[in-house]
Design a protein around this ligand. Structure first.
Ligand SMILES: NC(=O)c1ccc[n+]([C@@H]2O[C@H](COP(=O)([O-])OP(=O)(O)OC[C@H]3O[C@@H](n4cnc5c(N)ncnc54)[C@H](O)[C@@H]3O)[C@@H](O)[C@H]2O)c1
Length: 381
């Protein structure tokens, strides 16, 4: 495969974590990405004049690993600190967990000056963020993402929420954090499959917004796969810059922000029809992006060799791209349930070329089924 020359991209010094501003007027905040950021959380919160009380919300995997460091950083900065851990996994994004957090906060006497520190992956970020959005009509919160997916995506942009038995993310709020502090050393303990799933969202940014960044990813496969620190810091910071820019332009997802859902229409459907037990979110998004890329060649003029580059990059990063052995009718039905479907017409985010995507493209059923069938895995016997 011919590689496009790699662009130099932004360089961050690992001595001083990268700083990225999310520019939203009165709701603006900073993202810090680097090594050792965890130990700075307390001082950064003090600079923001938060407090005096902090409630650290984490999960049972992440809390024993990084809870003590965050707590001592906050205590050293003069805060009173409580720490709670929910069970790890998607099932914690639920009403019962949320209500236990309200009880915990009331038991501790937390008032409106208190703030929340969400320490963990996207599940903790969404749950703790929504808790912060709703407790006492809204208190401030800090995102301390520890999964790659949370660092490049869910911790930035202020979408918070929980699931209902009838679907994912059906209750939530836009509530921006006051700080995002991403310590890339925490990624060392992230299970490799979770790490690879996060890379799917990284690839997404190249496809939707930045062809030179996409080429850089192609040119740095080994470093990405091994999690080379300087490269990771740079890549995560760049993804955050892209997300920050998209959110600045369309905070409430009236139009442009929907491009961040590239690959998610089919991705969410696959997660749903397989009962959320088969694919990690990023894996389902990878399958969805490969599908959306093929659909883009049919409906948006994406050159076929660019669709192939998207598939090749995902595959090289250890991600699935072949349509799974699933009935088209089941996948199609699940896509109709997506909360972004309007009047049952399926709309996709499609790419005109690598680096440029647009939302809201209607896709005729016949074309969808053809693309699904073309990329289908042969049936196992
Ligand atoms: N709010 C948004 O904008 C947004 C965007 C994308 C995804 N999401 C949500 O994010 C969630 C998925 O996030 P996720 O992939 O981070 O899942 P997750 O929070 O479940 O984390 C994945 C697993 O990795 C573990 N983990 C996290 N960091 C670790 C570390 N450093 N070391 C060891 N283990 C670690 C967790 O305990 C968990 O078991 C979904 O609920 C999705 O809906 C939200």
């Amino acid at each position: 495969m011919m590689l496009t020359p790699a662009s130099p991209g932004p360089i961050c010094s690992s001595l001083m974590a990268c700083k990225i501003k999310v520019d939203l007027g009165a709701r603006s905040y900073e993202i810090r990405v680097g090594e050792g950021v965890l130990a700075q959380v307390g001082a950064l919160c003090r600079e923001l004049e938060l407090g005096p009380s902090a409630l650290v919300v984490s999960d049972e995997h992440v809390n024993p690993l990084y809870g003590p460091a965050v707590e001592s950083s906050l205590r050293a900065a003069g805060f009173q600190v409580g720490r709670v851990a929910v069970p790890a996994g998607e099932s914690s994004k639920a009403e019962a967990r949320l209500f236990r957090l309200y009880d915990e906060a009331l038991d501790r006497g937390l008032d409106r000056r208190a703030f929340v520190v969400a320490l963990g992956g996207g599940v903790v970020g969404d749950l703790a963020g929504y808790f912060a959005a709703s407790y006492l009509r809204g208190i401030r919160y800090v995102q301390v993402p520890t999964s790659l997916l949370a660092m490049v995506d869910s911790s930035v942009g202020g979408k918070t929420g929980i699931n209902l038995p009838r679907g994912k993310n059906l209750v939530g709020a836009f509530h921006q954090p006051v700080l995002v502090a991403a310590d890339i050393t925490t990624l060392r303990s992230l299970p490799p499959r979770e790490y690879a799933a996060g890379l799917a969202e990284v690839v997404k940014y190249g496809v939707i917004r930045d062809a030179a960044f996409f080429a850089r990813l192609e040119a740095n496969l080994a470093g990405l796969r091994s999690g080379e620190p300087a490269l990771l810091e740079d890549v995560i910071a760049h993804c955050c810059r892209i997300k920050a820019e998209v959110v600045r332009l369309d905070e409430r997802e009236r139009s442009l922000r929907a491009i961040l859902n590239f690959g998610h229409t089919l991705g969410h459907a696959l997660e749903q029809v397989t009962g959320y037990g088969t694919y990690l979110h990023g894996e389902a998004v990878s399958l969805g992006m490969a599908f959306a890329a093929r659909l883009s060649t049919r409906l948006a003029g994406l050159p076929a060799d660019e669709a192939e580059r998207i598939e090749n990059l995902l595959r090289a990063l250890g991600l699935p791209v072949d349509r799974p052995d699933l009935d088209w009718s089941a996948a199609r039905r699940a896509m109709t349930l997506d909360k972004k479907t309007q009047d049952r017409v399926l709309k996709f985010v499609l790419a005109d070329r690598i680096g440029a995507a647009r939302p809201g493209v209607e896709a005729p059923d016949a074309v969808l089924e053809e693309v699904w069938t073309e990329g289908r895995q042969p049936k196992k016997r």
